[in-house]
Design a protein around this ligand. Structure first.
Ligand code: GLN
Length: 487
Protein backbone atom coordinates (compact mmCIF):
# COMPACT_ATOMS: atom_id res chain seq x y z
CA UNK A 1 0.00 0.00 0.00
CA UNK A 2 1.15 3.45 -0.84
CA UNK A 3 2.16 5.69 2.05
CA UNK A 4 -0.69 8.08 2.81
CA UNK A 5 1.68 10.64 4.30
CA UNK A 6 3.86 10.65 1.19
CA UNK A 7 0.99 10.72 -1.28
CA UNK A 8 -0.72 13.63 0.51
CA UNK A 9 2.68 15.34 0.85
CA UNK A 10 3.17 15.01 -2.93
CA UNK A 11 -0.24 16.62 -3.54
CA UNK A 12 0.68 19.50 -1.23
CA UNK A 13 4.04 19.97 -2.94
CA UNK A 14 2.51 19.88 -6.43
CA UNK A 15 0.00 22.50 -5.31
CA UNK A 16 -3.00 20.23 -6.07
CA UNK A 17 -4.39 21.06 -2.66
CA UNK A 18 -3.33 23.54 0.02
CA UNK A 19 -2.69 22.48 3.57
CA UNK A 20 -5.57 24.70 4.67
CA UNK A 21 -7.95 22.90 2.29
CA UNK A 22 -6.69 19.51 3.41
CA UNK A 23 -7.12 20.44 7.08
CA UNK A 24 -10.61 21.75 6.40
CA UNK A 25 -11.53 18.45 4.76
CA UNK A 26 -10.38 16.57 7.85
CA UNK A 27 -12.21 18.90 10.20
CA UNK A 28 -15.33 18.42 8.06
CA UNK A 29 -14.87 14.62 8.15
CA UNK A 30 -14.61 14.76 11.94
CA UNK A 31 -17.93 16.58 12.03
CA UNK A 32 -19.57 13.97 9.83
CA UNK A 33 -18.01 10.76 11.18
CA UNK A 34 -17.11 11.42 14.76
CA UNK A 35 -20.62 11.59 16.23
CA UNK A 36 -20.92 7.84 15.52
CA UNK A 37 -17.27 6.80 16.12
CA UNK A 38 -16.34 9.14 18.98
CA UNK A 39 -12.60 8.94 18.42
CA UNK A 40 -11.99 12.51 19.55
CA UNK A 41 -12.39 14.06 22.99
CA UNK A 42 -11.22 17.46 21.82
CA UNK A 43 -10.97 18.97 18.35
CA UNK A 44 -8.43 21.77 18.02
CA UNK A 45 -9.80 23.38 14.84
CA UNK A 46 -8.49 26.87 15.40
CA UNK A 47 -4.97 25.73 16.15
CA UNK A 48 -5.05 23.28 13.22
CA UNK A 49 -6.02 25.99 10.75
CA UNK A 50 -3.32 28.32 12.08
CA UNK A 51 -0.71 25.60 11.71
CA UNK A 52 -2.01 24.84 8.22
CA UNK A 53 -1.74 28.49 7.16
CA UNK A 54 1.86 28.60 8.41
CA UNK A 55 2.69 25.48 6.39
CA UNK A 56 1.04 26.92 3.27
CA UNK A 57 3.18 30.03 3.66
CA UNK A 58 6.33 27.92 4.06
CA UNK A 59 5.50 25.95 0.89
CA UNK A 60 4.90 29.27 -0.93
CA UNK A 61 8.35 30.42 0.10
CA UNK A 62 9.68 27.23 -1.47
CA UNK A 63 11.05 25.83 1.78
CA UNK A 64 12.14 22.18 1.94
CA UNK A 65 9.89 20.67 4.57
CA UNK A 66 9.79 17.41 6.49
CA UNK A 67 7.60 14.63 4.94
CA UNK A 68 5.18 15.12 7.88
CA UNK A 69 4.72 18.84 7.17
CA UNK A 70 1.11 19.76 6.59
CA UNK A 71 -0.22 16.29 7.41
CA UNK A 72 -3.27 16.37 9.75
CA UNK A 73 -2.93 14.06 12.75
CA UNK A 74 -4.19 13.37 16.27
CA UNK A 75 -2.70 12.66 19.70
CA UNK A 76 -3.92 10.43 22.53
CA UNK A 77 -5.19 12.38 25.52
CA UNK A 78 -2.31 11.28 27.77
CA UNK A 79 0.34 13.40 26.07
CA UNK A 80 0.73 17.02 27.11
CA UNK A 81 0.34 19.94 24.78
CA UNK A 82 0.84 23.34 26.30
CA UNK A 83 -2.43 25.10 26.96
CA UNK A 84 -4.68 22.26 25.70
CA UNK A 85 -6.70 20.41 28.32
CA UNK A 86 -5.15 16.96 28.85
CA UNK A 87 -7.01 14.60 31.16
CA UNK A 88 -6.11 10.96 30.35
CA UNK A 89 -9.88 10.81 29.96
CA UNK A 90 -10.22 10.90 33.75
CA UNK A 91 -12.40 13.15 35.85
CA UNK A 92 -9.52 13.65 38.25
CA UNK A 93 -7.60 15.69 35.67
CA UNK A 94 -10.64 17.68 34.56
CA UNK A 95 -9.57 21.20 33.62
CA UNK A 96 -5.82 20.42 33.69
CA UNK A 97 -3.97 22.50 31.11
CA UNK A 98 -0.29 21.53 30.88
CA UNK A 99 2.33 24.26 30.84
CA UNK A 100 4.67 22.33 28.57
CA UNK A 101 4.72 20.26 25.39
CA UNK A 102 5.50 16.55 25.43
CA UNK A 103 8.81 16.01 23.59
CA UNK A 104 7.01 14.06 20.84
CA UNK A 105 4.80 17.05 20.10
CA UNK A 106 7.80 19.38 20.29
CA UNK A 107 9.36 17.30 17.51
CA UNK A 108 6.24 16.86 15.42
CA UNK A 109 5.21 20.49 15.56
CA UNK A 110 8.72 21.48 14.44
CA UNK A 111 8.32 19.00 11.57
CA UNK A 112 5.13 20.85 10.57
CA UNK A 113 2.48 18.39 11.79
CA UNK A 114 -1.08 19.73 11.92
CA UNK A 115 -2.85 18.73 15.13
CA UNK A 116 -6.56 17.98 14.68
CA UNK A 117 -7.23 17.08 18.30
CA UNK A 118 -6.88 14.73 21.26
CA UNK A 119 -8.17 11.19 21.06
CA UNK A 120 -10.20 9.06 23.44
CA UNK A 121 -8.64 6.36 25.62
CA UNK A 122 -9.31 4.09 28.56
CA UNK A 123 -8.91 6.14 31.73
CA UNK A 124 -5.18 6.50 32.44
CA UNK A 125 -4.51 3.99 29.63
CA UNK A 126 -5.78 1.12 31.77
CA UNK A 127 -7.86 -1.11 29.60
CA UNK A 128 -8.26 -3.02 26.37
CA UNK A 129 -11.51 -1.61 24.97
CA UNK A 130 -11.57 2.21 25.16
CA UNK A 131 -14.81 2.01 27.16
CA UNK A 132 -13.59 3.36 30.50
CA UNK A 133 -13.09 6.96 29.39
CA UNK A 134 -15.02 9.52 31.35
CA UNK A 135 -16.17 10.88 27.97
CA UNK A 136 -17.85 7.58 27.06
CA UNK A 137 -16.71 4.82 24.69
CA UNK A 138 -15.22 4.92 21.20
CA UNK A 139 -16.81 2.63 18.60
CA UNK A 140 -14.95 0.52 16.07
CA UNK A 141 -15.38 2.26 12.68
CA UNK A 142 -15.36 -1.14 10.93
CA UNK A 143 -18.42 -2.21 12.89
CA UNK A 144 -19.97 0.14 15.41
CA UNK A 145 -21.26 -2.71 17.61
CA UNK A 146 -17.67 -3.58 18.55
CA UNK A 147 -14.95 -1.82 20.52
CA UNK A 148 -11.92 -0.35 18.74
CA UNK A 149 -9.62 -1.94 21.33
CA UNK A 150 -7.63 -0.09 23.92
CA UNK A 151 -6.37 1.80 25.46
CA UNK A 152 -5.42 3.92 22.41
CA UNK A 153 -8.82 3.14 20.85
CA UNK A 154 -9.52 6.75 19.89
CA UNK A 155 -6.25 7.00 17.97
CA UNK A 156 -6.90 3.71 16.16
CA UNK A 157 -10.50 4.62 15.34
CA UNK A 158 -9.55 8.07 14.00
CA UNK A 159 -7.00 6.54 11.62
CA UNK A 160 -9.32 3.72 10.52
CA UNK A 161 -12.23 6.16 9.97
CA UNK A 162 -9.92 8.46 7.96
CA UNK A 163 -10.54 11.36 10.31
CA UNK A 164 -6.77 11.67 10.93
CA UNK A 165 -3.94 10.58 8.64
CA UNK A 166 -2.06 9.15 11.60
CA UNK A 167 -2.17 9.34 15.38
CA UNK A 168 0.10 8.83 18.35
CA UNK A 169 -0.74 6.29 21.01
CA UNK A 170 1.03 4.78 24.01
CA UNK A 171 1.70 1.11 24.65
CA UNK A 172 2.25 -0.15 28.20
CA UNK A 173 0.99 -3.66 27.59
CA UNK A 174 -0.39 -3.58 24.06
CA UNK A 175 -2.34 -0.36 23.81
CA UNK A 176 -0.99 0.59 20.38
CA UNK A 177 -0.79 -2.87 18.82
CA UNK A 178 -4.11 -4.32 19.99
CA UNK A 179 -6.35 -1.40 18.90
CA UNK A 180 -4.44 -1.21 15.60
CA UNK A 181 -5.21 -4.93 15.21
CA UNK A 182 -8.90 -4.53 16.10
CA UNK A 183 -9.30 -1.64 13.63
CA UNK A 184 -7.27 -3.15 10.76
CA UNK A 185 -4.44 -0.61 10.69
CA UNK A 186 -0.71 -0.56 11.55
CA UNK A 187 0.67 0.13 15.05
CA UNK A 188 4.31 0.38 16.13
CA UNK A 189 5.45 -0.04 19.72
CA UNK A 190 9.07 1.14 19.63
CA UNK A 191 11.96 -0.15 21.75
CA UNK A 192 11.71 1.12 25.33
CA UNK A 193 13.79 4.31 25.46
CA UNK A 194 13.69 5.00 21.71
CA UNK A 195 10.97 7.66 21.96
CA UNK A 196 10.99 10.19 24.78
CA UNK A 197 8.33 9.75 27.47
CA UNK A 198 8.68 13.37 28.61
CA UNK A 199 5.13 14.71 28.67
CA UNK A 200 3.53 11.26 28.50
CA UNK A 201 1.41 11.07 31.65
CA UNK A 202 2.74 7.98 33.40
CA UNK A 203 0.78 4.78 33.87
CA UNK A 204 3.62 2.28 34.44
CA UNK A 205 6.88 4.07 33.74
CA UNK A 206 9.09 1.04 33.11
CA UNK A 207 6.68 -0.26 30.45
CA UNK A 208 5.12 2.86 28.80
CA UNK A 209 6.24 3.77 25.31
CA UNK A 210 4.82 6.20 22.71
CA UNK A 211 4.40 5.13 19.10
CA UNK A 212 2.42 5.71 15.90
CA UNK A 213 -0.87 4.25 14.62
CA UNK A 214 -0.97 4.59 10.86
CA UNK A 215 -2.69 3.39 7.68
CA UNK A 216 0.48 1.77 6.29
CA UNK A 217 3.84 0.39 7.42
CA UNK A 218 5.74 3.12 5.58
CA UNK A 219 3.72 5.75 7.45
CA UNK A 220 4.60 4.12 10.77
CA UNK A 221 8.28 4.24 9.82
CA UNK A 222 8.08 7.90 8.80
CA UNK A 223 6.44 8.91 12.08
CA UNK A 224 8.87 6.78 14.09
CA UNK A 225 11.82 8.46 12.34
CA UNK A 226 10.39 11.84 13.29
CA UNK A 227 9.74 11.13 16.98
CA UNK A 228 12.65 8.87 17.98
CA UNK A 229 15.90 10.05 19.56
CA UNK A 230 17.69 10.72 22.80
CA UNK A 231 16.09 13.31 25.08
CA UNK A 232 17.84 14.83 28.08
CA UNK A 233 14.42 15.44 29.67
CA UNK A 234 13.71 11.71 29.98
CA UNK A 235 16.18 9.79 32.11
CA UNK A 236 15.13 6.47 30.57
CA UNK A 237 15.76 7.78 27.07
CA UNK A 238 18.62 5.91 25.42
CA UNK A 239 21.71 7.40 23.82
CA UNK A 240 22.33 4.42 21.55
CA UNK A 241 19.21 4.84 19.39
CA UNK A 242 20.23 4.38 15.74
CA UNK A 243 19.92 7.78 14.09
CA UNK A 244 19.52 6.46 10.55
CA UNK A 245 16.11 6.51 8.90
CA UNK A 246 14.12 3.28 8.87
CA UNK A 247 11.54 4.61 6.40
CA UNK A 248 13.85 4.34 3.40
CA UNK A 249 14.83 0.73 4.18
CA UNK A 250 11.52 -0.99 3.66
CA UNK A 251 12.09 -2.48 0.22
CA UNK A 252 14.72 -4.98 1.17
CA UNK A 253 14.40 -8.66 0.44
CA UNK A 254 13.47 -10.89 3.36
CA UNK A 255 15.37 -13.80 1.82
CA UNK A 256 17.50 -15.56 4.41
CA UNK A 257 15.90 -13.73 7.33
CA UNK A 258 15.33 -16.08 10.25
CA UNK A 259 11.76 -15.75 11.40
CA UNK A 260 11.02 -17.30 14.77
CA UNK A 261 7.75 -19.01 15.64
CA UNK A 262 7.21 -19.86 19.31
CA UNK A 263 4.50 -22.52 19.69
CA UNK A 264 3.36 -21.07 23.03
CA UNK A 265 1.83 -18.11 21.16
CA UNK A 266 -0.43 -20.45 19.22
CA UNK A 267 -1.52 -22.97 21.83
CA UNK A 268 -4.80 -21.40 22.91
CA UNK A 269 -5.54 -19.54 19.73
CA UNK A 270 -8.79 -20.09 17.86
CA UNK A 271 -8.31 -21.83 14.55
CA UNK A 272 -9.38 -18.91 12.35
CA UNK A 273 -6.84 -16.62 13.97
CA UNK A 274 -4.17 -19.32 13.83
CA UNK A 275 -4.79 -19.88 10.11
CA UNK A 276 -4.43 -16.18 9.36
CA UNK A 277 -1.06 -15.91 11.12
CA UNK A 278 0.13 -19.22 9.62
CA UNK A 279 -0.78 -17.93 6.19
CA UNK A 280 1.51 -14.95 6.81
CA UNK A 281 4.26 -17.33 7.93
CA UNK A 282 3.79 -19.33 4.70
CA UNK A 283 4.09 -16.08 2.77
CA UNK A 284 7.45 -15.32 4.38
CA UNK A 285 8.62 -18.82 3.62
CA UNK A 286 7.69 -18.35 -0.03
CA UNK A 287 9.74 -15.14 -0.01
CA UNK A 288 12.80 -17.08 1.09
CA UNK A 289 12.71 -16.43 4.83
CA UNK A 290 13.83 -19.27 7.03
CA UNK A 291 11.19 -20.30 9.57
CA UNK A 292 12.75 -21.28 12.90
CA UNK A 293 10.93 -22.99 15.74
CA UNK A 294 11.73 -21.36 19.07
CA UNK A 295 10.40 -21.58 22.61
CA UNK A 296 9.02 -19.14 25.13
CA UNK A 297 7.75 -21.32 28.00
CA UNK A 298 7.55 -18.31 30.30
CA UNK A 299 4.78 -16.81 28.18
CA UNK A 300 2.22 -18.25 30.63
CA UNK A 301 3.62 -16.01 33.37
CA UNK A 302 3.57 -12.82 31.33
CA UNK A 303 0.08 -11.63 32.32
CA UNK A 304 0.52 -11.97 36.10
CA UNK A 305 4.00 -10.41 35.91
CA UNK A 306 2.61 -7.54 33.86
CA UNK A 307 -0.39 -6.84 36.09
CA UNK A 308 1.68 -6.95 39.27
CA UNK A 309 4.34 -4.59 37.93
CA UNK A 310 1.97 -2.28 36.04
CA UNK A 311 -0.39 -1.90 39.01
CA UNK A 312 2.50 -1.38 41.45
CA UNK A 313 3.94 1.38 39.29
CA UNK A 314 0.49 2.88 38.68
CA UNK A 315 -0.30 3.02 42.38
CA UNK A 316 2.83 5.06 42.91
CA UNK A 317 2.48 7.24 39.76
CA UNK A 318 -1.16 8.07 40.49
CA UNK A 319 -0.38 9.05 44.08
CA UNK A 320 0.14 12.63 42.88
CA UNK A 321 -3.56 13.18 42.13
CA UNK A 322 -4.71 14.46 45.48
CA UNK A 323 -6.97 17.40 44.70
CA UNK A 324 -4.23 19.86 45.55
CA UNK A 325 -1.96 19.98 42.54
CA UNK A 326 -4.09 19.12 39.51
CA UNK A 327 -7.57 19.20 38.09
CA UNK A 328 -10.57 18.05 40.06
CA UNK A 329 -11.23 18.50 43.80
CA UNK A 330 -14.23 17.09 45.69
CA UNK A 331 -16.72 19.78 46.64
CA UNK A 332 -17.56 18.72 50.19
CA UNK A 333 -15.06 17.54 52.80
CA UNK A 334 -14.28 17.97 56.47
CA UNK A 335 -10.48 18.14 56.58
CA UNK A 336 -7.50 17.57 54.30
CA UNK A 337 -7.46 13.78 54.62
CA UNK A 338 -11.16 13.66 53.90
CA UNK A 339 -10.62 15.97 50.91
CA UNK A 340 -7.93 13.71 49.42
CA UNK A 341 -10.02 10.61 50.03
CA UNK A 342 -13.17 12.06 48.49
CA UNK A 343 -11.27 13.58 45.55
CA UNK A 344 -9.70 10.24 44.70
CA UNK A 345 -12.92 8.26 45.21
CA UNK A 346 -14.95 10.62 43.06
CA UNK A 347 -12.21 11.48 40.55
CA UNK A 348 -10.95 8.01 39.57
CA UNK A 349 -13.13 5.49 37.78
CA UNK A 350 -13.68 1.91 38.95
CA UNK A 351 -10.91 0.23 36.98
CA UNK A 352 -8.29 2.78 38.01
CA UNK A 353 -9.27 2.40 41.67
CA UNK A 354 -9.08 -1.38 41.35
CA UNK A 355 -5.54 -1.16 39.98
CA UNK A 356 -4.35 1.37 42.57
CA UNK A 357 -5.59 -0.98 45.30
CA UNK A 358 -3.99 -4.01 43.69
CA UNK A 359 -0.70 -2.11 43.25
CA UNK A 360 -0.70 -0.84 46.81
CA UNK A 361 -1.37 -4.37 48.03
CA UNK A 362 1.54 -5.97 46.14
CA UNK A 363 3.90 -3.27 47.37
CA UNK A 364 2.85 -3.46 51.00
CA UNK A 365 5.24 -4.96 53.52
CA UNK A 366 4.40 -8.59 54.02
CA UNK A 367 3.33 -9.05 50.38
CA UNK A 368 6.22 -7.31 48.62
CA UNK A 369 8.40 -10.43 48.47
CA UNK A 370 5.56 -12.73 47.53
CA UNK A 371 4.34 -10.62 44.60
CA UNK A 372 6.41 -7.63 43.53
CA UNK A 373 9.82 -9.19 44.04
CA UNK A 374 8.78 -12.44 42.41
CA UNK A 375 7.39 -10.53 39.44
CA UNK A 376 10.68 -8.63 39.07
CA UNK A 377 12.61 -11.90 39.10
CA UNK A 378 10.34 -13.37 36.47
CA UNK A 379 10.68 -10.19 34.43
CA UNK A 380 14.44 -10.76 34.30
CA UNK A 381 13.91 -14.36 33.26
CA UNK A 382 11.54 -13.30 30.48
CA UNK A 383 14.15 -10.78 29.28
CA UNK A 384 16.83 -13.47 29.13
CA UNK A 385 14.47 -15.89 27.36
CA UNK A 386 14.06 -13.31 24.60
CA UNK A 387 17.85 -12.79 24.49
CA UNK A 388 18.36 -16.53 23.97
CA UNK A 389 15.57 -16.73 21.46
CA UNK A 390 17.03 -13.88 19.41
CA UNK A 391 20.31 -15.76 19.02
CA UNK A 392 18.31 -18.21 16.89
CA UNK A 393 16.17 -15.80 14.87
CA UNK A 394 16.07 -12.20 13.64
CA UNK A 395 12.42 -11.54 14.49
CA UNK A 396 9.42 -13.35 15.92
CA UNK A 397 5.97 -13.58 14.39
CA UNK A 398 2.98 -13.87 16.72
CA UNK A 399 -0.71 -13.06 17.01
CA UNK A 400 -1.69 -9.81 18.78
CA UNK A 401 -4.65 -11.05 20.76
CA UNK A 402 -6.47 -14.35 21.27
CA UNK A 403 -9.55 -12.88 19.59
CA UNK A 404 -10.82 -10.14 17.31
CA UNK A 405 -12.60 -7.03 18.66
CA UNK A 406 -14.83 -7.49 21.73
CA UNK A 407 -18.51 -6.62 21.35
CA UNK A 408 -19.46 -3.44 23.24
CA UNK A 409 -19.90 -3.88 27.02
CA UNK A 410 -18.37 -7.36 26.99
CA UNK A 411 -15.20 -6.52 28.90
CA UNK A 412 -16.84 -4.96 31.96
CA UNK A 413 -18.59 -8.28 32.66
CA UNK A 414 -15.49 -10.34 31.89
CA UNK A 415 -12.67 -8.56 33.65
CA UNK A 416 -10.31 -11.50 34.11
CA UNK A 417 -10.81 -12.72 30.55
CA UNK A 418 -10.00 -9.21 29.36
CA UNK A 419 -6.78 -9.12 31.40
CA UNK A 420 -5.84 -12.54 30.05
CA UNK A 421 -6.39 -11.36 26.49
CA UNK A 422 -3.26 -9.20 26.89
CA UNK A 423 -1.11 -12.34 26.90
CA UNK A 424 0.46 -11.85 23.46
CA UNK A 425 1.23 -8.16 23.78
CA UNK A 426 2.64 -7.74 27.31
CA UNK A 427 5.87 -9.80 26.91
CA UNK A 428 7.20 -7.15 24.52
CA UNK A 429 6.74 -4.42 27.14
CA UNK A 430 8.18 -6.57 29.90
CA UNK A 431 11.34 -7.00 27.81
CA UNK A 432 11.42 -3.47 26.30
CA UNK A 433 11.38 -4.79 22.73
CA UNK A 434 9.98 -3.21 19.55
CA UNK A 435 6.96 -4.77 17.82
CA UNK A 436 4.78 -3.78 14.90
CA UNK A 437 1.23 -4.99 14.42
CA UNK A 438 -0.52 -5.19 11.08
CA UNK A 439 -3.61 -6.84 9.62
CA UNK A 440 -3.25 -10.40 8.33
CA UNK A 441 -6.83 -11.46 7.67
CA UNK A 442 -10.42 -11.22 8.86
CA UNK A 443 -12.80 -13.35 10.87
CA UNK A 444 -16.24 -14.67 9.86
CA UNK A 445 -17.83 -11.36 10.86
CA UNK A 446 -15.39 -9.42 8.71
CA UNK A 447 -13.49 -8.04 11.69
CA UNK A 448 -9.73 -7.62 11.17
CA UNK A 449 -7.25 -10.19 12.51
CA UNK A 450 -3.83 -8.80 13.34
CA UNK A 451 -0.36 -10.21 13.73
CA UNK A 452 2.78 -8.74 15.20
CA UNK A 453 6.45 -8.91 14.34
CA UNK A 454 8.71 -8.64 17.38
CA UNK A 455 12.32 -7.55 17.06
CA UNK A 456 15.54 -7.18 19.00
CA UNK A 457 16.06 -3.92 20.88
CA UNK A 458 16.54 -1.06 18.41
CA UNK A 459 15.94 -3.31 15.43
CA UNK A 460 12.77 -1.56 14.25
CA UNK A 461 14.31 -1.75 10.80
CA UNK A 462 14.00 -5.54 10.49
CA UNK A 463 10.43 -5.78 11.76
CA UNK A 464 9.20 -2.86 9.66
CA UNK A 465 10.87 -4.30 6.57
CA UNK A 466 9.19 -7.67 7.22
CA UNK A 467 5.86 -5.92 7.81
CA UNK A 468 6.18 -3.89 4.60
CA UNK A 469 6.92 -7.09 2.70
CA UNK A 470 3.71 -8.75 3.91
CA UNK A 471 1.67 -5.60 3.32
CA UNK A 472 2.85 -5.48 -0.33
CA UNK A 473 1.58 -9.04 -0.85
CA UNK A 474 -1.98 -7.77 -0.24
CA UNK A 475 -2.84 -11.04 1.50
CA UNK A 476 -4.49 -9.51 4.55
CA UNK A 477 -7.54 -8.58 2.46
CA UNK A 478 -8.33 -5.62 4.72
CA UNK A 479 -9.18 -2.56 2.69
CA UNK A 480 -9.24 1.02 4.00
CA UNK A 481 -12.79 2.15 4.86
CA UNK A 482 -14.67 4.41 2.47
CA UNK A 483 -15.66 6.90 5.17
CA UNK A 484 -13.80 10.08 6.11
CA UNK A 485 -11.26 11.81 3.86
CA UNK A 486 -10.38 9.62 0.86
CA UNK A 487 -7.66 11.41 -1.06
N1 GLN B 1 -4.65 -3.71 28.31
C1 GLN B 1 -3.47 -3.42 29.06
C2 GLN B 1 -3.85 -2.83 30.40
O1 GLN B 1 -4.97 -2.70 30.63
C3 GLN B 1 -2.57 -2.53 28.27
C4 GLN B 1 -2.76 -1.08 28.49
C5 GLN B 1 -1.74 -0.23 27.81
O2 GLN B 1 -0.92 -0.69 27.03
N2 GLN B 1 -1.80 1.05 28.12
O3 GLN B 1 -3.04 -2.51 31.21
Amino acid sequence: MESKILSLGAKLRRGEITCTELTQQYLQAIQTEDPSVHAYVKVTSEQALQQAAAIDAAFMRGEELNPLAGIPMAIKDNMTIKGIETTCCSKILQGYKPTYHASVWEKLSKAGAVLLGKTNMDEFAMGSTCESSRFGPTYNPRNLSYVPGGSSGGSAAAVAANTAVYALGSDTGGSIRQPAGFCGIVGLKPTYGAVSRYGLIAYASSLDQIGPLTPTVKDAALVFDAIKGYDTKDHTSRKDIPATSVADKLNRSVKGKRLGVAKEYFEDLDSGMKDAVYQAIAHYESEGAQIVEVELPLLKHAVPVYYILACAEASSNLGRYDGIRYGFRAEKYTDINDMIMRTRSEGFGKEVQRRIMLGTYVLSSGYFDAYYKKAQLLRNQIISSFDTLFTKCDALVAPIAPRTAFPLNYASDNIIETYLSDIYTVPVNIAGLPAVSLPCGKDAKGLPIGMQLIGKQFDEETILNLAANFERSGRAGIEPLSKGVRL
